[in-house]
Ligand binder design. Sequence first.
Ligand code: F0G
Length: 458
Amino acid sequence: MKTIIEPFRIKTVEPIRMTTIDERRRLLEEAHYNLFNLRAKHVLIDLLTDSGTSAMSQEQWANIMRGDESYAGSRSFYELEAQVKAIFGYEHLIPTHQGRAAERILFSIVLKEGDVVPNNNHFDTTRANIEYQKAEALDLVIDEGKIPSLEHPFKGNLDTDKLEAAIQEHGKDHIPMIMITVTNNSGGGQPVSMANIKAVSKICKREGIPLFLDACRFAENAFFIKEREAGYADKTPLAVAKEMFSYADGCTMSAKKDGLANIGGFIAMNNEDWAAEARNILILTEGFPTYGGLAGRDLAAIAQGLAEVLDEDYLRYRIASTAYLGDRLAEMGVPTVRPAGGHAVFIDGRAMLEHIPPEQLPAQALSCALYEHGGIRSVEIGTVMFGKTDPISGKELPHSMDLVRLAIPRRVYTQSHIDFVIEVIKDLNDNKEKIHGLAFTYQAPFLRHFTAKFRPVP
Ligand code: F0G
């Protein structure tokens, strides 16, 4: 088979700048070993997130010029609404400035204190927005999804036995909705199978509980189904996506991922009463229902992005280029979440740096080392993000995994950028015993990873 190439050529370039290792050591110290505190100009290859970092196409930029900035009834809104109906199939579109605004609005309507929301794995903003309503976010991913090295085609699947048990335990009256995150970001960017979405949907229908997809990376999930699940090889990504959404009652979406846009999100759903309530909150906090916190040009860029993201050549390149990084690391013996996810490769920091105990934040230490040695920015998804400090003993209560996520922005980096990343990780892996652990010196009461400060543990 020939190399799967980038299915585009580059028309606009953005320079990136090398720094010296001494500069980066100083910058790391000044950033308190939290990579969110770095200035982007000091980063060579930015794999912090695939969110809002996509390169837009000539058609998206052209559509931006055509954006209709009318306060009410913007043409760009109706263009997006038509596109959302064609792909997602839901009746009501509530545009928001990004995914977490969609979550906040939906949960503030649907949840009350003491409620429970099951999901395969909640993303951090989803969990935080549920907890903000004094409800509980339950993670029910299949057990295979928790073993990083285990190969399985659909490690993002929600465990239906655990779901049945949760419904028994909490009662359906306390479960106002069930969610599935496609692909499962917090569980390694792993896909969910159509059979699993169908099975969860069946349980939801039996119990009368609405099912919502967290659809940020729906196109990548659709392509995995096409590649890995029997019966889908000949279907278009659009047909697969439509089928996925047909089993759910609505979705929350961050257009910063598979919308191929730099900002934006929405709720799409069939429930008319919830939609009416959502529009009222939208007017209060985001904007009039035909723009919802976005400029008309943003709506226009998302409408075009949603069409492009389902292009088969694009998706084949996208999934192959992430797998390229994942497979090279695996060949070098670097422990990663297997197989590679759709948007990111996750290094198992705890397994790679066995000499650093979980309380000393091995994945945070590895992400700092990647910056120090290569100017590469990644993000810790582990104890810093999801662990807790015991209020009585002051000890760290580690999360189940300590991962470093290398998220690949869409259509931004070429294969030689990724080859450079591979070379840096090889050097680190060959000298890993030189990497030291870290300890918290400051943390906020929630979403602590964004603002935490650390010090090296000698
Ligand atoms: N759900 C999932 C699965 C996500 O990955 C994200 C964002 C959100 C919801 C929230 O969307 O950022 O538009 O408010 N994930 C980004 C990331 C931030 O880096 O994985 P948002």
